[in-house]
Design a protein around this ligand. Structure first.
Ligand code: AMP
Length: 209
């Protein structure tokens, strides 16, 4: 298997049940950087006594306020991350940039896993049989999907040339191969050759988490 380029700051976008969590974990392992899931962070906070009163927002599929999400996720950020489910709004995307820029840690790619709504619904039903998430009901799922479709155009516009869209319809392995291929294709050619088609800047340094 051809190695991946040494990029190590990636945000994962995608509708609920698109597989962005699964693919994000695999990408994090392949790039040797931490995988940080916003949804998991929130669910853990609810399990730890729910100090921020998030249980209801989560079970109803409502986005938690930007300020709170930012305050929870930023302390967990180091140089090197696969961010799964953050940012989810244009405000979060802007704040993330403002946090990263002074540290020289700009996002290098935004990967969107694209899956059609029928497949998403089928995956959600399957997931609900083994994960028992409060938000994996048909009504809440639809609401989360609508939230995603409302916010996604602004996120796509925000990331512009950094955006890599990957067809997520197939098996986990097929999607991961496609994702790896897409990341490699968007990598600048080695020094001395034209890098005009590069979608993002790749640094030759190892992650320093
Ligand atoms: P996920 O595990 O990514 O499906 O997220 C589960 C739920 O957590 C979402 O439906 C939202 O209620 C909440 N959530 C996750 N990420 C964010 C975020 N970046 N901003 C606000 N709410 C979020």
């Amino acid at each position: 298997m051809e190695p991946l380029p040494p990029i190590h700051r990636i945000v994962m976008l995608g509708p609920p049940a698109s597989g962005k969590g699964t693919q994000g974990i695999r990408l994090a392992a392949a790039l040797a950087v931490p995988h940080l899931s916003a949804g998991q962070l929130l669910r853990r906070s609810v399990m730890d006594g729910d100090p921020h009163g998030l249980a209801r927002s989560l079970s109803e599929g409502e986005l938690v306020p930007d300020e709170l999400m930012y305050a929870l996720i930023v302390p967990a950020l180091h140089d090197g991350f696969i961010l799964d489910g953050f940012p989810r709004t244009a405000t979060q995307a802007r704040w993330l940039d403002e946090f990263l820029e002074p540290r020289g840690w700009q996002v290098q790619a935004a990967v969107e896993i694209a899956v059609d709504p029928g497949t998403l619904a089928a995956r959600m039903v399957l997931r609900s049989t083994y994960q028992h998430r409060a938000d994996d009901t048909p009504e809440v799922f639809l609401h989360r999907l609508q939230e995603y479709e409302r916010e996604a155009p602004m996120l796509r516009a925000h990331y512009g040339r950094l955006l890599i869209t990957v067809d997520g319809q197939d098996s986990e392995d097929e999607v991961f191969q496609r994702l790896r291929g897409a990341i490699r294709t968007r990598t600048p050619a080695p020094a001395g050759r034209s890098s005009a088609r590069a979608g993002f800047d790749v640094e030759s340094v190892a992650p320093s988490t």
